[in-house]
Design a protein around this ligand. Structure first.
Ligand code: ZN
Length: 136
C-alpha cells in the first residue's frame, strides 16, 4: 500500500454536504459521480495528496443508505492506493482479511475492492488502483 487515496464519508444529503465541505476546504468538489452499480452518488474533494469522498445512497437498498440507517452519518471507509490490486487482495485474503466481493470498477475511474470492517477493527477497507495502470 502506498498512501491513503481517500476517506469515504457517508452523508444523508449530498447536496447539503457538498456545501458544507466546500466551505471547509474553501473549494468546491472537483468531481460529482453516480455509480449505478453501487446505488451511490459521490463527490470528491482534493486535499493535497489525498481526497475526501462523500457518498449518498440513491436507494434504500444501497449499502450507504443501510449504513446510515444503522450507524448514522460518518466515516464509512478508508481507501488505500495500491500498485497491483489483484495481488494485494490475494495477500490480504491469505493474511485472514475477509474480502467483500471481487475487484470491480468504482468511482473516480478506479478499480476497487473491499474488506469487511470486522477484519480491521471496525473500519471498512477499500483498495484502489488507477485504471490506466491495470494490465488487462
Ligand atoms: Zn471510496
Amino acid at each position: 500500500m502506498r498512501k491513503i487515496e481517500h476517506i469515504g464519508i457517508a452523508v444523508k444529503d449530498l447536496k447539503a454536504a457538498n456545501e458544507t465541505y466546500a466551505k471547509l476546504f474553501n473549494s468546491p468538489p472537483y468531481k460529482l459521480e453516480t455509480v449505478e452499480s453501487e446505488a451511490v452518488s459521490t463527490s470528491f474533494f482534493r486535499i493535497g495528496e489525498t481526497k475526501i469522498e462523500l457518498l449518498e445512497g440513491t436507494s434504500d437498498e444501497s449499502a450507504i443508505s443501510k449504513y446510515i440507517a444503522k450507524r448514522g452519518e460518518g466515516i464509512h471507509h478508508i481507501a488505500y492506493d495500491v500498485e497491483d490490486i489483484v495481488s494485494e487482495r490475494e495477500r490480504l485474503i491469505s493474511e485472514g482479511f475477509q474480502a467483500i466481493g471481487e475487484v470491480k470498477t468504482g468511482a473516480d475511474n478506479k478499480l476497487v475492492c473491499f474488506f469487511h470492517p470486522k477484519s480491521a477493527n471496525g473500519v471498512l477497507i477499500e483498495l484502489c488502483q488507477e485504471r490506466s495502470k491495470f494490465p488487462f
